[in-house]
Design a protein around this ligand. Structure first.
Ligand code: SF4
Length: 385
């Protein structure tokens, strides 16, 4: 079984911290959807699988797309593939798009999970992030979705900004617990190049966003999850119950195949990665030219790339990475070399309690989650030039 990711490249405003691909010019939706349907049809040989288990509309802000166009995309998949009866179909949405009519139409066309971009419940912080909604809209949108019923609801929150005190963060988490939200994705605010935040951080002599503050708030998140019995099943993802874990994302982390449709979308078929050009005008133009391979690039993954990707994504999971599975990816010589090369690093991280090892798995401890990037970098296989 495989999954489909649609990238809907439009946003009302450019958030200060965001480096995803999107345009704030809200026009040309029909042309874009026609191009995405062409893209889907052209990618049929990329994955030799006829069954679809999940779809995910990400972006950008997919909730700005009229529901009739979302329906067109879903219908295209349903008419060309076997979509399983309980397929998870997620729509990323922003609070300003949550209306009774949209909710009813989204439900009608098959969307059964909403991933809501709240980011903060503090108006000052939301304005600083240049979000298009305020805190009241955030709270009301959650109430509307939950009272409408029929959706699993996930919300995104960002921690670590200078405008979010530890007390604010605890209050936001308390509200999540009381609200009935099913799933939570929490991201540390990071400074990405070519964003407004990058300039602000530079102007402040790197004093605006500080790693320690983010780490403290990650610890608060971890403690909150334990106190309230949430499953902290991936570093940035938590679910209220086992059944509310994100199915689509879990498939990515397990290394399953998915089509990536739309400008800037990435796909994976087990052997190759393929990614579309991140430019709306060029994507729609090139996809309909005679040489229909100009709008994307692809790369064959070597066993070493594959090994490193699995290590990087699965170490972030609560259960960690399965040692035998890692061994199966590379040949015997490379595996033995890795065991020798990583021995010292592994011993260091085991000794300071940041990583744990059972007979079958390697996984990060609670404290180790703060050092996930450094631990992964230490354990990766060197990529030959
Ligand atoms: S709404 Fe989402 S995708 Fe759009 S700019 Fe903001 S963070 Fe980025």
């Amino acid at each position: 079984m495989a999954s489909v990711y649609f990238h809907i490249p439009y946003c009302r405003k450019a958030c200060t911290y965001c480096n995803f691909h999107f345009s704030t010019r809200l026009s040309g939706f029909e042309t874009m959807v026609e191009a995405m349907i062409l893209d889907w049809n052209q990618q049929q040989l990329f994955i030799a699988d006829n069954t679809v288990e999940s779809m995910y509309f990400g972006g950008g802000t997919p909730s700005v797309l009229p529901y009739k166009l979302l329906e067109k995309l879903i219908d295209e998949i349903v008419t060309t593939k076997n979509v399983i009866a309980d397929a998870e179909i997620t729509l990323e949405a922003n609070p300003e798009d949550i209306t009774q009519q949209n909710l009813a139409e989204w439900r009608r066309i098959g969307i059964n999970r909403i991933s809501l971009g709240l980011q903060s419940l503090n108006d000052k912080e939301l304005r600083w992030m240049n979000r298009a909604h305020d805190a009241l809209q955030s709270r009301k949108s959650v109430e509307s979705i939950l009272s409408q019923g029929g959706f699993d609801l996930s919300v995104d929150l960002i921690y670590g900004s200078h405008l979010k005190s530890n007390e604010n963060w605890r209050d936001e988490l308390r509200w999540v617990q009381e609200s009935g939200i099913h799933h939570l994705s929490c991201y540390a605010l990071t400074v990405e190049e070519k964003t407004a935040l990058f300039k602000l951080q530079h102007q402040s002599n790197n004093s605006l966003i500080c790693d320690d503050h983010g780490s403290q708030q990650f610890i608060i998140l971890t403690e909150w999850a334990i106190e309230n019995n949430w499953c902290h099943y991936e570093i940035s993802n938590l679910s209220r119950t086992d059944s509310s874990k994100a199915k689509h994302n879990q498939r990515y982390w397990q290394g399953h195949s998915y089509w990536g449709i739309g400008p800037g979308a990435h796909g994976f078929n087990g052997k190759k990665r393929r990614w579309n050009i991140a430019n709306n005008a060029l994507y729609t133009k090139l996809i309909s030219t005679e040489n229909s391979s100009l709008h994307y690039e692809e790369e064959e993954l070597t066993a070493i790339n594959n090994f490193n990707e699995i290590l990087m994504t699965q170490l972030r999971l609560e259960q960690g990475v399965e040692i035998n599975k890692l061994a199966e990816i590379v040949d015997d010589i490379v595996w033995k070399q890795w065991l020798m090369d990583s021995k010292k690093a592994l011993e260091k991280w085991l000794f300071n309690g940041h990583i744990c090892q059972t007979n079958s798995h390697l996984f990060l401890s609670g404290s180790g989650r703060l050092f996930a990037d450094a631990i992964t970098a230490d354990l990766m296989l060197a990529v030959e030039d």
